[in-house]
Design a protein around this ligand. Sequence first.
Ligand code: HEC
Length: 205
Amino acid sequence: MLKAVAFAVAASTLAVALVVAHPVKAADKPAPPATMPVPADYREWQYLTSGIDMTYTQAGADSLKTEHQSVFDNVFVNPEAYKVFKQTGTWPDNTTFVLENRKGEAAASINKGGRTQNADVSGLEIHRKVNNEWAFYVRGGDGTEHLLPRPASCYTCHEAHAAVDTTFVQFYPTLLPIAKTKNTLSANYLKEMATPEAATPAPAK
Ligand code: HEC
């Protein structure tokens, strides 16, 4: 009994010490989780687009001129978020996007021109709204997705150029008309549309 009381006192002293060392303001949001598993069923989510060989510097940049293998990026969003977007043109909390890379293959099977997608996923990135803030996750060597802390070019480019709430809705053909109708296009995107030279991202540092 005495032991228990002594323990309780020690524990509460420790708790006070911790609170003093890390004052927590009521308004502070919990940080996004450091890792997240790849959603098992993302391939059954809402499909949005397949970008191919996208590059964000000037036209004809080296990546496109030099000998390279085409890369597709297939974008999916969770069905619950898609449903809300259709109604409102905005993304609810816990919206999760998966961008999946697959290398392009030439001359597979009967194909004589153009490119088809390889069976192996060569990269996977996640963009997720957690506690109403967007976080990026990239795949680590251990196969799980790791949070990319700020600052990172992902945040800079998406915040500066994306059409709706840091997501690239301008490239998702079924979503752009909804955002237009609901009037939810970002101020940055509208400015870029009015002055196209604003659309060239600053060179990566
Ligand atoms: C220079 C601009 C730029 C940078 C830097 C960038 N992205 Fe993107 N991102 C894009 C574009 C453009 C798209 C649309 C892709 C498409 O249409 O296929 C996109 C789409 C995405 C998507 C799909 C959901 C969405 O938000 O539209 C994810 C996930 C994503 N990027 C993750 C990342 C991660 C992780 C990083 C950093 C490692 C990153 N991006 C860096 C331009 C950028």
